[in-house]
Design a protein around this ligand. Structure first.
Ligand SMILES: C[S@@+](CC[C@H](N)C(=O)[O-])C[C@H]1O[C@@H](n2cnc3c(N)ncnc32)[C@H](O)[C@@H]1O
Length: 385
């Protein structure tokens, strides 16, 4: 009899747990969508009013419909990823509203300067106290007309809020779409010897989310802007095992085969084509054979022709000198050219995620790889042991 009691209790317990999980799932769906709507509606309204005031070409209804569908699909995917255990539900609610509220006054004070720059088409308005020679020419500019380009603490402080406003509350949602391919490979993250490098980690928002999903990974972030890394250090303050380095992704300062996983979010559209190729060659080099590459960047015309109007408008409205070439330079094909085996290409709202593997027993380097390797000699320094 006691055995029957015990199994009855166990069944009851399991039943209650299942119902509780389902209730929590449904609450998440409602609360999360309410949060995203609360961010999107005021921004979409402001943008609509601004475009009436400023004028300009309107998108055709089919393009608007396609954008809406992709927005909805992104939110549905985000919730499904949590349901499938690919990342924790806490990521649905990690937008730092208090920090963004504190940043808003600085953002508003900065806005007239940005508008002046847009009107004057002035993209060389950079801080006078920075040694610009340290940076490649393509980097020395005011991307998106932002104050100081990537070259000041002020720019770094404003960046996360600005991007979240630009993408109507989906910037972090898009960034975390690099996590599912990682989760499928590292499982529950039980191994603590898996090394992941985020190339062009910026202020660390992708790494922070990866760290929540996989706290035992050994994380590395690299970015050319020391100022953005300063903010990243704060964003990642509670992540114990993370190393950040300010350097050029065209010459990664790590030895060959050092990483199990390499990720990168929103870098390639800001690079000229030769730099894109050089970075891919370096990603290939630092991955171990069989290692995983997950790149997320803007959607491209090849898979997202229905967004052509919006992709064109982005290039026209923001200072993004390499974007028009980027949208035609298929990322997956470029990764394959770098010697990687492309496993999937998935659109996520206005972005896409390319998942690829370095082949076990990968073929030797192509001429592109050799060129990069030659330039790298003399630059490489040993990674943290
Ligand atoms: C659009 S931001 C994306 C940052 C971050 N991944 C995110 O999701 O917010 C582009 C980033 O690429 C960095 N970057 C640009 N060129 C680079 C290069 N050659 N090497 C390393 N980082 C670079 C910039 O400093 C900037 O932080």
């Amino acid at each position: 009899m006691p055995d029957v009691d015990a199994s009855l209790w166990a069944a009851l317990h399991a039943g209650v747990a299942q119902v509780a999980a389902e209730v929590r799932r449904r609450i998440d769906h409602v609360v999360y969508r309410a949060q995203q709507t609360a961010i999107r509606v005021p921004l979409a309204t402001t943008r609509a009013v601004a475009s009436v005031l400023v004028g300009g070409e309107s998108p055709d209804p089919a393009a608007v419909m396609a954008l809406r569908e992709r927005y909805e699909a992104l939110l549905a995917r985000d919730l499904a990823n949590v349901d499938e255990g690919l990342y924790p539900r806490s990521l649905l609610y990690q937008i730092p509203f208090a920090r963004y509220a504190r940043t808003l006054p600085t953002f508003l004070v900065d806005l007239p300067g940005v508008l002046r720059r847009v009107r004057a088409r002035d993209h060389d308005d950079l801080p006078g106290d920075v040694d610009l020679e340290r940076y490649p020419p393509y980097f020395r500019r005011n991307f998106h007309w932002q104050s100081d380009g990537y070259l000041s603490c002020r720019s770094a402080e404003l960046y996360d809020l600005t991007v979240e406003l630009l993408f109507a509350g989906t910037a972090d949602v898009m960034r975390r779409q690099v996590i599912p391919p990682v989760s499928r490979v590292v499982g529950d993250g039980a191994r603590s010897d898996v090394r992941l490098l985020d190339v062009a980690c910026g202020t660390g928002r992708t790494l922070a989310q990866i760290a929540r999903a996989h706290p035992r990974l050994r994380l590395y972030g690299l970015d050319l802007s020391p100022y953005y890394l300063q903010v990243a250090r704060r964003v990642l303050a509670d992540v114990p095992d993370v190393s950040l380095v300010a350097d050029n992704a065209e010459r990664l300062p790590f030895r060959s085969g050092y990483f199990d996983v390499v990720t990168s979010v929103f870098l390639f559209h800001e690079l000229p084509r030769p730099a894109r190729r050089a970075v891919l060659a370096e990603m290939h080099r630092v991955l171990r054979p069989g290692g995983l590459l997950v790149i997320e960047d803007s959607a491209q015309l090849g898979e997202s022709g229905e967004l052509a109007f919006f992709l064109g408008r982005f290039a026209a409205e923001f200072h993004e000198p390499f974007y028009r070439d980027y949208v035609r330079d298929d990322l997956a094909a470029a990764a394959a050219d770098a010697g990687l085996r492309v496993e999937s290409v998935e659109p996520h709202f206005v972005s896409k995620v390319v998942v690829a593997r370095k082949l076990a027993g990968a073929r030797g380097p192509t001429s592109i790889h050799r060129g990069v390797a030659a330039r790298r000699r003399g630059h490489a320094r040993p990674p943290r042991s």
